[in-house]
Design a protein around this ligand. Structure first.
Ligand code: SAM
Length: 386
């Protein structure tokens, strides 16, 4: 079973917490959307289905049912539902766009392209559609067209919520950005927060927690968890910590971390900023799978050195980069789409030295498995302040 199927099964087994809604179609539909947001896919499909049974002429009902069906992996039914939405509202740009994604998932690339082009006719400023056409063109090996679509996407979305700057760098059409755009981080982890804690193919948090246990002196530590996410690493290291602080950009991830009640303090902020502001404050800084969103690590290493107490540890994971380069946008197209970078072992060693940090350990690890179960190589680093 692959990662997506495991996730769908986990959701399906959850008992929906839904109250009776009567037969009012608007209320039923709104409750269905709410259930979907809460991850209760079966309840969402049932409620929106009842809304449609009560009033079949609402394009939005069919559109949202299609979104739920797609999330359940019922692609053919999702396509049919989008078709019903479009039949009721032929210029429904978002429905054409999403239908394109369903056709793509079904392997119908020509139909997908036709839907995306139709979506652009309905809405010529749709950043999502430019993004989808860029990905489709990139998959087809037409990097020129992909770059043009990504540029258009960027024009419609200057904050770069879809991470196309990284993709342009991946295609060799732009220099790599300094880090993943914050808008992309927010969008990405708003979605990932829903299933992050059920992810059993990701090992970064455990790797970092075990390395801290192995390398730290056996006394209570003041720990800062940067990019703490939902608190996976925090929960593991809590017994070692006198004080445990976390920082993350994503409010959705932080909400899950807060619910675990393992941190003394949580801040929604840029990790770099927080480290720069808290000089000489921590015995350990943990960074499980967060520096994967930075290219040049110089500002991060300097800030970590500033933030650590004497002998303090900086423990983190990266995706590993083979070859001569210091760092690059990930050479894996899927990881590049998630705004990820990769770094070389040699670079980490050299930069540590330049920033006055000793290398206690720098190991090749399996960072995670991809959705097909293939291992993705990473680096686990333990650096020590003087
Ligand atoms: C792959 S998740 C890892 C989460 C957690 N460390 C774990 O191991 O489960 C990366 C996290 O880094 C956060 N992040 C990315 N860039 C950040 C930044 N500049 N400052 C703070 N958090 C950041 C994201 O919001 C996300 O929660």
């Amino acid at each position: 079973m692959n990662r997506k199927q495991r996730r769908a099964n986990q959701k399906a087994s959850q008992v929906p917490a839904v109250t009776a809604a009567g037969d009012d179609p608007v209320t039923l539909h709104a409750m269905g959307v709410e259930a979907f947001r809460a991850g209760q896919l079966q309840a969402a499909a049932r409620l929106i289905g009842r809304a449609i049974a009560a009033h079949a002429q609402m394009p939005d009902f069919h559109y949202n049912l299609a979104i739920v069906l797609r999330a359940q992996g019922k692609l053919t039914e999702a396509a049919a539902s989008y078709h019903r939405a479009i039949a009721l509202k032929p210029d429904y740009g978002d429905a054409h766009n999403n239908l394109g994604n369903v056709w793509k998932a079904l392997g119908e690339r020509d139909k997908a392209r036709a839907c995306f082009e139709r979506a652009l006719v309905c809405n010529p400023d749709n950043a999502d559609t430019y993004y989808n056409l860029g990905i489709l063109s990139g998959d087809d090996g037409d990097t020129g067209a992909a770059a043009r679509y990504f540029q258009k996407c960027m024009e419609c979305d200057p904050q770069d919520g879809r991470g196309v700057h990284v993709l342009l760098a991946y295609l060799g059409k732009a220099g790599a950005p300094l880090h993943t755009s914050h808008a992309h981080i927010l969008k990405l982890y708003d979605v990932r927060s829903r299933f992050w804690d059920n992810e059993d193919a990701y090992f970064g948090a455990r790797l970092v927690a075990n390395a801290l246990r192995e390398h730290a002196v056996p006394e209570k530590l003041n720990v800062l968890d940067i990019g703490c996410g939902t608190g996976l690493a925090g929960a593991l290291v809590r017994p070692l910590a006198r004080r445990l602080d976390g920082v993350d950009l994503s409010p959705a991830m932080l909400e899950k971390a807060r619910a675990k009640s393992v941190y003394d303090r949580l801040d929604q902020a840029d990790a770099l900023l927080v480290m720069s502001q808290r000089a000489n404050s921590y015995d350990a800084i943990l960074g499980a799978a967060v520096l994967i969103h930075f290219g040049d690590l110089t500002p991060i290493f300097r800030a970590a050195r500033n933030c650590l107490r004497p002998n303090g540890l900086f423990v983190f994971t990266l995706f590993s980069l083979a070859g001569e380069e210091n760092f690059a946008v990930s050479a894996n197209y899927r990881l590049a789409q998630s705004g990820c970078f990769a770094h070389s072992n040699r670079y980490v060693r050299q930069l540590a030295k330049d920033c006055g940090l000793a290398v206690d350990a720098l190991r090749n690890v399996v960072h995670e498995h991809d959705p097909e179960g293939n291992p993705i190589p990473g680096l686990l680093a333990v650096l020590r302040a003087p």
